[in-house]
Design a protein around this ligand. Sequence first.
Ligand code: CO
Length: 357
Amino acid sequence: MIELEQMVIELSEAFGPSGFEGEVRQKIASWVGEYTNVTYDHFGSLIAVHSGTTMSPKVMLAAHMDEVGLMVRGILPGGELRVVTLGSWWPPSLLAQPVVIRSREGDRLGVIGAKPPHYLREEERNRQLKLDDLYIDVGARSAVEVQAMGIAPGDPVVPAVQTRPLSGQSVYMGKAFDDRLGCAVLANVLQTLGSHHPNQVVGVATVQEEVGLRGAKAVSPVIQPDICIVLEGVPADDFPGNSIVQGRMGGGPQIRRFDPTMIANQALVDLLIDTAQQSGIPYQVAVRESGGTDASAIQVHTHGGVPTTVIGIPVRYAHSHQGIADIRDVSHTAALVREFIFRLDLKTVNHLKQNPW
Ligand code: CO
């Protein structure tokens, strides 16, 4: 069984922007295949069924495999690549960052360029950078040179980043922690659950979350879960000047009561908090002013609705080249989910369904 820490490193470094999740899926399948029955839907999501002592209730755990990335749109005469985004980026965070372009002939390195500051006019300096100002520079001098490298419109792009430890033993810097940390929890729980849980667990690694929860919308009606927990790498809010901190890195799993796209089943949240307290697992509770996850799609894309919430692992600088996260938050999340699954027998889940608040 692979260590959680090694799992995080491998998942973080895997290539997998929205619509190109194959490498991530292959890793998860190789880790959980021995413990679950793995199938795929027609859109790319992985479905791993873990049998317990009974077939019902059906407990869905979901994590998305895709990371925010780019796609080559076209090649300018000078050899620069224009791009479209796969998921949401804040353009200033892209400037001067290294990227890898997956061409049909292999991976190519580039850097995100823009007009150099030395050449900017006054009015250009004072306005915010837009995606249109940016391009990928692969070190070529013409479109012909770029074509000779095998690069073509449609090639997917992700940050070129190695996952590295920071000070301390458990904090790492790397890309795609949103949501490879959730994928790591999913795989770890499926590996360590054992067969005595009073339910059927269905682990789902979804595709295309970052472009509008498309994978979750496609797969939920197929699963028809009785209850669902979404596992997410969520933006940490422990930055300077924030007076309401609900997602501190190292503060433990963050249980979500609300975001603008989802009102969680409050009884489910209460039961999760109970479980954390009784198991001595640190936790934090979030009421978010923005954001949304696969949970908003899953909770309404099943007949009659599904009691749902999100458990988040705080990630500083999500949707950028260098996120920072604490592995202890990942292992605490896995411990909480594992404990929780053993509480979800038919009676408890039926109660949550009938008494959501
Ligand atoms: Co995410």
